[in-house]
Design a protein around this ligand. Structure first.
Ligand code: HEC
Length: 150
């Protein structure tokens, strides 16, 4: 075997080992709190039975209805989360981190999973009107404020 071939073989072996290490490296996706945005300052979810439901304004009450029809199957009653989707009453979704646009975009276009391990969020079938989205975001924000997420 020539020296070049030997060197090539060595490179292949090292490359293969590196690949195997990468494949077996635990937690490639990172912990649940790390994502494309930094989640280091993110508090854990509020347990579903401890989410505070404030007295909602009429607009937020309308938003709650939209939410329960189109979002609660995954994001849970009181936006507390389920095994199909994350809680939205969560510091990760505070206004400074996920502005109102993130909600409009999520409903219209869906979300590629990047913060959690629930998988992708599909676009909401049939879409939701801007007016209803405005109500819905008001509902989420009032729920967030009542639970110390701001
Ligand atoms: C079929 C399940 C499902 C439904 C229905 C659903 N979502 Fe989601 N949603 C998810 C999952 C899963 C994620 C988390 C993706 C990730 O890992 O970041 C998510 C993420 C989000 C986010 C975060 C977006 C971002 O930029 O990170 C928002 C906002 C959101 N959903 C709003 C809504 C609203 C509003 C509705 C109803 C109109 C809704 N979702 C309905 C599953 C769902």
């Amino acid at each position: 075997m020539s020296k070049q071939l030997l060197a090539l073989g060595l490179v292949a072996i090292i490359g293969g080992l590196a690949g195997m290490w990468w494949l077996s490296a635990p937690d490639k996706m990172g912990p649940v709190t790390s994502g494309m945005h930094s989640g280091a300052d993110t508090a854990p979810p509020i347990p579903a039975d401890q989410v505070v439901v404030p007295e909602l304004t009429p607009v937020a009450l309308s938003g709650k209805k939209v939410f329960e029809k189109s979002c609660a199957a995954c994001h849970g009653i009181n936006a507390a989360g389920t095994d199909k989707g994350p809680p939205l009453v969560h510091s990760l979704y505070r206004p400074g981190h996920h502005g109102d646009d993130a909600f409009y975009s999520a409903a219209a276009k869906g979300v590629i999973a990047h913060h959690w391990r629930f998988g992708n969020m599909p676009p909401v079938p049939g879409g939701i009107s801007d007016t209803q989205m405005r109500w819905l975001v008001k509902y989420i924000r009032e729920m967030q404020v009542a639970n110390g997420v701001r």
